[in-house]
Design a protein around this ligand. Structure first.
Ligand code: HEC
Length: 166
């Protein structure tokens, strides 16, 4: 999921940079490997580069295009922040509540990172998985055994598992 957002941001940066002269191309527009969750949170460096690119792109635009671009930009930023927040929350919850079983595969828990085990599921359609995670199934306890977790918490953890299993 995070990777997708980074791809969108990078693609946007690359598309816009094409309009700039070579000297003005910012360093962040070069292909960078997708960052880990920690890096994405701790190193928001590409943000400055993106803003530079956007400033360049906005110069010489008519007002309507400018506004449309800005709205699109805000949308990307919001989606990006939401995705990062979900991943950070999901990782924390996962490590605290789910890792004990899903890191090791104890009691037949499908292991996180096992692409084959999770490949049938998509991050866009997690209702079935969420149901299992919330109500439990077999050796899988409801909410991973932590009744304090909200549906959203469990959802974030499931999204994290799927992201780590791609
Ligand atoms: C006590 C061990 C244990 C803990 C803790 C645990 N799980 Fe599980 N989980 C399992 C087992 C075992 C299964 C397989 C259940 C079955 O279908 O028999 C499973 C299955 C699942 C599935 C369904 C996978 C599928 O292929 O249908 C999801 C989703 C899931 N767990 C999410 C979580 C999340 C999220 C957490 C933490 C909030 C968590 N689990 C914590 C043991 C655990």
């Amino acid at each position: 999921m995070i990777r997708n957002v980074w791809l969108i941001a990078l693609t946007a940066a690359l598309a816009i940079t094409t309009g700039c002269s070579k000297e003005e191309a910012p360093p962040a527009a070069s292909p960078t490997p997708a960052p880990t969750v920690e890096q994405a949170v701790e190193k928001p460096a590409p943000k400055a580069a993106m803003e530079h690119v956007m400033d360049k792109a906005h110069q010489g635009m008519d007002e309507k295009t400018h506004e449309a671009m800005q709205t699109a930009h805000e949308g990307i930023k919001d989606a990006h922040e939401t995705a990062i927040a979900t991943m950070v929350t999901g990782q924390k919850i996962y490590e605290k509540t789910c890792a004990a079983c899903h890191n090791t595969g104890v009691a037949g828990a499908p292991k996180t990172g096992d692409k084959a085990a999770w490949s049938a599921y998509s991050a866009e359609d997690i209702d079935g998985l969420l149901q299992v995670a919330i109500t439990g199934a077999g050796a899988m306890p409801p909410r991973g055994g932590n009744p304090d977790l909200s549906d959203e918490d469990v959802r974030a953890a499931v999204i994290y598992i799927l992201d780590q299993s791609r």
